[in-house]
Ligand binder design. Structure first.
Ligand code: SRM
Ligand code: SF4
Length: 581
């Protein structure tokens, strides 16, 4: 008997990509219209250019037009922001934005509140000041992460940044649409890709490349879904490697020369409440490749997901589902087919640590860097607290570069020791604490996504309530006789996981208005997935909810055991039993 199965229908976005003439339409045409919003179809393509259409949800009035505004996101591998770009973003925040700049969890900056008519001048200004928004959003490779510390005497840190840059270039759209739409065709060159990157895109007889295509690697349909890469150094998990589609670790010899990379794949955090088929997943180890082969390996993994990722169901389209469905062995075999070689066994690595690089540090060439805590990434002036003013003054005066960190903070670097006190003074005069030991550790290690009012997907608050949640936690810990306790708290307004709550020791994931799923048992090194403890905790119940749990922790913890490790050791069932939840 012959059975025929009907091929599944492609997701609508797949048609929009194919019909977009390599990301040009309908954005280019709609940009010329005298409207204050883009249509649904244009919105999907606009994302590839680094912008989302949003509306201020605080201003929604039933029956009235939404308060449309655009969010712009920068693409800056490893979080590198030259001084000229920072000052341009700061100006744009006043000229077109909402007077804030927001450091993101992938080391980019976001601007909110830009009207459609101002989008073109804003993007033009970013590109003319050595920045880009191309590929910051959309179905392609997103901002490539790397540890933000600018150590000049640790070659592995330099390699991580260099390769973050090169892999970002390898996976940047090539079609030219971005420059046509926003810069009237003028291609502002802020640094040509390295020759080896160019060569990797034009290799003859390479099964990963579409010869002669305007997008040699992506083709006209781009990726099935967003794709995320991070590169780190042994022991440094500042970039949350296990949450990435593709994670690389630089391997050097004792002389500090680059040998190759350990490869991890299949991480991803986005999920949907009550849909078991969607889940957060941590990456699997895949193996080791030499530095000569790294571009071929990256292309092989990207092409495997490009060709086999699910283009019919966007909730099932991330590479983590392909690896989950196939198993690691089949995935690896397919990658090796594209790669043309065997992937070698993984090199042994030291344990990963959580590093945030806040405070003053020597950078290894006689100069210093300073990591500054930015609460939930929001750079703003608010009463006596004037972080935005302080950063502007520092960058303007000293013309120093910046790295955005994966924890929504910023590092300024290349600072002469003689300028250290002056910089401290500027910060203190503007109400900003430069000494991280004076910042509450709960605040220091926590993150929250933007959620309301800008995020269209938020079911409840995140950034706006996170500071009060940290304060209430601290008060509770004090009351329970745990005054010095610290742990990683992360909050999001919906289950998409933008502040990586599923890796936290305590994760709050918006599930209903004012209510959160609570995730426990992650660890500070970000190497273990947390587990869901409850689906709904009303924010008003925080103290009653956590009191019995923290009392249990206080009595039964092992010496020096953190809260996440404790929850993992005793198990969530035991906590439920003790707490009668
Ligand atoms: Fe995210 C969608 C904000 C990092 C998973 N994310 C969104 C949107 C654009 C909402 C939308 O689609 O309409 C949010 C804009 C909010 C706003 O008002 O600005 C948004 N995501 C952010 C940022 C700004 C959060 C932050 O606190 O910094 C981060 C920007 C990073 C960057 O510079 O590129 C951000 N998002 C992440 C991360 C963490 C990471 O990448 O390390 C994740 C989880 C990791 C992952 O991708 O698996 C993440 N965002 C999502 C998802 C779920 C994806 C999925 O696989 O299901 C969505 C929704 C979607 O894609 O459909 C989403
Ligand atoms: Fe929006 Fe949800 Fe991401 Fe928060 S986690 S920014 S609410 S999509």
């Amino acid at each position: 008997m012959v059975t025929t199965s009907t091929p599944k229908k492609l997701a609508k976005v797949e048609h929009l990509k194919t019909d977009s003439n390599y990301l040009r339409e309908p954005v280019a045409s709609e940009l010329l219209l005298d409207t204050n919003y883009f249509t649904e179809d244009a919105i999907q393509i606009l994302k590839f250019h680094g912008s989302y259409q949003q509306d201020n949800r605080d201003n929604r009035v039933k029956g009235e037009e939404k308060d449309y505004q655009m969010m712009l996101r920068t693409r800056n591998p490893g979080g590198f922001i030259p001084p000229q770009l920072y000052l341009a973003l700061d100006r744009l925040a006043s000229d077109y934005g909402n007077e804030t700049i927001r450091a993101t969890t992938r080391q980019g900056f976001q601007m909110h509140g830009i009207l459609k008519k101002n989008l073109k001048p804003a993007i033009t200004a970013i590109v003319q000041n050595m920045g880009s928004t191309l590929g910051a959003c959309g179905d392609l490779n997103r901002n490539v992460m790397a540890p933000p510390a600018p150590f000049k005497n640790k070659p592995e840190y330099r390699y991580a940044l260099t390769y973050a840059d090169r892999i970002a270039d390898l996976l940047t759209p090539q079609s030219g649409a971005y420059y046509e739409v926003w810069l009237d065709g003028e291609k502002v060159i802020s640094g040509e890709p390295a020759p080896e990157v160019k060569a990797a895109l034009t290799k003859d007889l390479d099964p990963t490349i579409f010869p002669g295509d305007a997008e040699p690697l992506y083709g006209m349909q781009y990726m099935p879904r967003k794709f995320k890469i991070a590169i780190t150094v042994p022991g440094d998990n500042s970039i949350d490697i296990f949450s990435q589609d593709l994670g690389l670790v630089v391997i050097t010899n004792p002389k500090g020369q680059l040998l190759g990379f350990n490869v991890y794949a299949g991480g991803g955090l986005g999920r949907t409440h009550n849909k078991e088929e969607t889940f957060a997943r941590i990456a699997d180890p895949i193996g080791y490749v030499t530095k000569a082969n790294i571009y071929d390996l990256v292309k092989a993994i990207v092409s495997t997901q490009r060709d086999y990722g699910d283009r019919t169901n966007r909730r099932h389209a991330r590479m983590k589902y392909l690896i989950h469905d196939w198993g690691v062995a089949k995935f690896k075999a397919k990658v090796e087919e594209y790669y043309g070689k065997k992937i070698q066994p993984l090199k042994q690595l030291p344990a990963f640590k959580y590093l945030d690089f806040l405070g003053w540090h020597e950078q290894g060439d006689g100069k210093l860097f300073l990591g500054i805590s930015v609460v939930n990434g929001r750079i703003k002036d608010d009463g006596d607290f004037k972080l935005r003013t302080a950063l502007r003054e520092i960058v303007q005066t000293y013309q120093i570069p910046m790295r955005v960190t994966p924890h929504q903070n910023v590092l300024i670097y290349d600072i002469k020791p003689a300028d250290r006190d002056k910089i401290d003074k500027i910060l203190i005069a503007n109400g900003v604490e430069p000494d991280p030991t004076k910042i509450d550790t709960l605040v220091r290690y926590s993150m929250a996504c933007p959620a309301l009012p800008t995020c269209g997907l938020a079911v409840t608050e995140s950034e706006r309530v996170a500071p009060s949640v940290n304060e209430r936690f601290r008060a509770l810990l004090d009351k329970l006789g745990l005054p010095d306790e610290q742990f990683v708290i992360r909050m999001t307004g919906c289950p998409n996981g933008c502040a990586r709550p599923y890796m936290a020791e305590v994760g709050f994931v918006g599930s209903f208005p004012e209510s959160y799923q609570v995730w426990l048992a992650g660890c500070p090194a970000q190497t273990r997935l947390a587990q869901v403890y409850t689906d709904r905790m009303h924010i008003n119940d925080l103290e009653t909810f956590f009191t019995p749990m923290l009392e249990y922790f206080k009595i039964d913890r092992k010496p020096d055991e953190g809260f996440g490790d404790f929850c993992n050791r005793v198990g969530l069932a035991s906590i439920r039993e003790v707490c009668k939840h």
